[in-house]
Design a protein around this ligand. Structure first.
Ligand SMILES: [Zn+2]
Ligand SMILES: [Zn+2]
Length: 380
């Protein structure tokens, strides 16, 4: 195992710097265990996708510009159709500017709350992420490699051809997809998970900044699954190829990372980007996430996937909407009142969790709205 696992890695250097910057320098040597080049690559790709300053992050100016250029292409080819207003209804735009940056969406209170939550979350998330990738991932990877070596002996050191490298990238993305689905499923189907995840769903308009809109304590829940799953797969690949495989890249950027970032921006953007129905049965189009954010009962808990639709189909949570189907975003109105301002989004989850732990029934503030009437039926 000695030649697979290595204490040196550029990713660990970045994490070490971050931990030092956060004032937990003394701990950094203890928390960053040695792991293989493979887990290092995966960690670095994830790290780059998450950090706002990175050019591979969906919120980097490069990827945002690319998103808006694609949307301008949609405006041209669809003759102004496919854009939604703040109520989630289709709205033909008069001008390109209105199509790309509609005033009612970007001046909405929800868009401002996105930024506030984003800044708070970004302050915390790298630390959660560094800690889970730095401590949990090496532990699982080391034990995976040790387990395989005990069962099958030393690495066969297979030569990593292009086909193997493609397969490696594909398997990694499928594992990440599976972990995302199940983490997301638990966020929707458990009471505490939903109390926290409502912060993401309280967005009444979708902007690229809605993507990282989460309560700041949710970070470990989203980071832990990938850290474990990708460390196990990293361990398997590290053993098969003796630590010697890299993903397929274009100008040094993993092709899957770029697709992931672009897809992520369109998931939370008012311009719908859909695939043909037959393809949506296999892959999640970004527009399918518009339905996921709708508060209409028929759309609840639908399209929980990230990359593929496989898990949604297996679990019956897939919903393929009509081309211009209305998707009013946010929570059902009686939940929305408790999750509208930045302060509410930060404090209500704690109140909700406290209530759930004391097993008190949910009571709703008296609001005079007509529809929809029913609250979510949650099961623990
Ligand atoms: Zn969700
Ligand atoms: Zn979302």
């Amino acid at each position: 195992m000695a030649d697979i696992i290595s204490p040196e890695s550029p990713f660990k250097e970045e994490v070490r710097q971050l931990l030092e910057g956060s004032g937990i320098k003394e701990k950094s040597d203890e928390v960053l265990g040695p792991f293989s080049d493979i887990t290092n690559q995966v960690a670095e790709a994830l790290w780059n996708a998450m950090l706002p300053g990175s050019p591979f992050s969906s919120l980097s100016w490069e990827l945002l510009t690319f998103t808006f250029i694609c949307a301008a292409g949609f405006w041209f080819f669809r003759k102004g159709r496919g854009s939604r207003d703040a109520t989630g209804k289709e709205r033909p735009a008069n001008s390109l500017l209105q199509y790309l940056f509609p005033r009612d969406i970007y001046t909405h209170q929800s868009a401002r709350v996105d930024i506030g939550l984003y800044l708070l979350d970004r302050g915390m998330f790298p630390i959660w992420f560094a800690l889970s990738l730095g401590t949990v991932a090496p532990f699982f990877e080391r034990n995976t490699i040790a387990g395989i070596e005990a069962a099958f002996g030393a690495s066969p050191a297979i030569e990593p051809t292009i086909a193997w490298r493609l397969l490696y990238g594909l398997v990694t993305i499928l594992i990440a997809d599976m972990i995302f689905y199940w983490t997301h499923y638990m966020m929707h189907k458990t009471q505490i998970g939903w109390a926290l995840h409502k912060v993401h769903h309280s967005a009444e308009v979708l902007t690229p900044w809605t993507r990282p809109r989460e309560h700041f304590i949710v970070g470990p829940l989203w980071a832990l699954g990938p850290a474990i799953g990708l460390a196990i797969s990293g361990g398997i690949f590290a053993w098969v190829f003796n630590g010697n495989i890299t993903q397929i890249t274009i100008v040094n950027v993993g092709i899957f990372s770029v697709l992931y970032a672009l897809n992520g921006n369109f998931r939370h953007y008012h311009v719908s980007f859909r695939y043909p129905r037959w393809l949506e049965l296999w892959l999640q189009s970004p527009g399918m996430h518009h339905t996921h954010h709708s508060y209409l009962e028929k759309h609840w808990d639908s399209n929980l996937g990230l990359v593929t639709s496989i898990w949604d189909r297996m679990m019956g949570t897939i919903y393929i909407a009509d081309k211009y189907e209305e998707t009013p975003w946010g929570l059902a109105p009686k939940d929305q009142v408790e999750y509208t301002s930045l302060r509410d989004n930060l404090t209500t989850p704690f109140k909700e969790i406290f209530r759930i732990l004391r097993k008190k029934p949910k009571t709703y503030p008296d609001i005079s709205v007509s529809a929809p009437e029913e609250s979510r039926n949650l099961t623990l």
